[in-house]
Design a protein around this ligand. Structure first.
Ligand code: MG
Length: 394
């Protein structure tokens, strides 16, 4: 007996019973639906566990209170599930996409991705979104019947948020929409916007906690100021921690409510009757209102100038780039210093693609590292005082 999805599903939601399937055909589980199985496989993967020690903006060891990619992914899942449930979309699928969307990120956040992409420029480049798909399709090695996690088409489609035309041609059915200019499922669309909602708000929170931005500066930003004014009117004498949390929880709420209301309106106007009607739209139906888009843009620009480009963040980014560059160069110059398993992986890829295989294998190894593993690996290779054969982290 198949387990039915227990929520309400609209006819244009993804339906686990009508999934476009997995690359390797498997029977439906007895007590779970197919998207629950996807989510469970993601949670049990090594790449998911590593998210705990990967950075968004701040390097992991800077402080225990900051977001990591793991807590970020959980926040995205929470927001995505709320939206999916309210709109009659598949909550389990939204959760699976949210929990896997960042699996391909390098150590050290965006600085790490930029550095690795630069290292890989003559070998096909590096893109974290594509790497997330590579992790679930190929790199996780634990199942006897297939490589990767063998996820459903719908989860894989949601993971692949952007893709160049050239890469899309290499990806088969999951890359098709980038060539056809069609849309992904509503679950994929909403998770993408839940991601943005989560990081805009938690970066404000982390930036304030780290002292890189201040409440006073943020009062210039409409989205923040509106909620700030509501909070101080309602509560007098709040300490900073309460004040910030009360503002941020309201900011998340107004963004989510705006997203649900606007999208519901778009859906009502488009009158889709099936998932195909969703895919054939000329633009995504999940959207923020125009006014929220403007406010969001203002906040993003503020964060870019005041947080992401803060000199202290730049210093971390510079160190991160130096570590990634040095590791990549050292492994390329002498692959024999790679750990046995990583070297085997590289040789396998080189056999299939003599020009780019070795570099791709090294990029897989580096991209899989956590922040702290990359730092320790760098120390082991370049610190002349570390001549011991004993590895701190095997
Ligand atoms: Mg994300």
């Amino acid at each position: 007996m198949d387990k039915n999805y227990s929520g309400i599903l609209t006819p244009y939601a993804c339906n686990d019973k009508k999934s476009l399937g997995r690359l390797f055909n498997e029977e439906t589980p007895i007590y779970r639906n197919n998207y629950q199985r996807d989510r469970d496989r993601i949670i049990h993967s090594a790449a998911f566990r590593r998210l705990e020690y990967k950075t968004q903006v701040f390097v992991n060891h800077e402080g225990d209170l900051f977001r990591t990619r793991l807590t970020h992914s959980l926040e995205v899942a929470q927001i995505a599930r709320s939206i999916a449930r309210e709109l009659g979309l598949h909550e389990d699928l939204a959760e699976a996409i949210a929990l896997s969307h960042d699996l391909g990120h390098t150590p050290f956040g965006h600085a790490g991705q930029t550095a690795l992409n630069q290292c890989m420029k003559d070998y096909g480049g590096f893109e974290h979104n594509l790497q997330s798909l590579r992790v679930v399709d190929k790199l996780e090695q634990k199942y006897a019947d297939f490589a990767g996690l063998n996820l459903t088409f719908e989860t894989r489609e949601g993971i692949l948020k952007h893709c160049s035309q050239n890469n899309a041609k290499l990806l088969g059915s999951v890359g098709r929409r980038f060539l056809d200019k069609t849309q992904p499922s509503l679950e994929a669309q909403l998770t993408d916007l839940a991601d943005e909602t989560a990081y805009n708000n938690h970066d404000v929170d982390d930036g304030l906690r780290y002292g890189l931005i201040s409440v006073n500066n943020l009062l210039k930003i409409e989205l923040f100021r509106r909620q700030h004014d509501i909070v101080i009117k309602r509560y007098t004498n709040l300490n900073d921690r309460h004040l910030i949390h009360e503002i941020i929880r309201r900011m998340i709420n107004v963004m989510v409510v705006d997203l649900i209301d606007t999208s519901r309106n778009n859906i009502e106007n488009a009158k889709p009757e099936s998932i195909d009607d969703i895919r054939n739209q000329t633009k995504p139906l999940m959207a923020f209102s125009e006014s929220m888009c403007e406010q969001k843009l203002e906040l993003k620009q503020f964060l870019r100038t005041n947080l992401y480009q803060h000199y202290r963040v730049h210093r971390m980014s510079m160190k991160a780039c130096a570590i990634i560059d040095a590791l990549f160069e050292a492994f390329m110059n002498d692959p024999r210093i790679l750990p046995t398993e990583a070297l085997e992986h590289c040789k396998q890829l080189e056999k299939n693609n003599p020009q780019e295989g070795m570099a791709r294998g090294i990029s897989d190894y580096i991209a899989g590292m956590t922040d702290r593993y990359a730092i320790v690996e760098y120390e082991r290779i370049f610190n002349p005082r570390q001549l011991s054969f004993v590895n701190l982290i095997p």
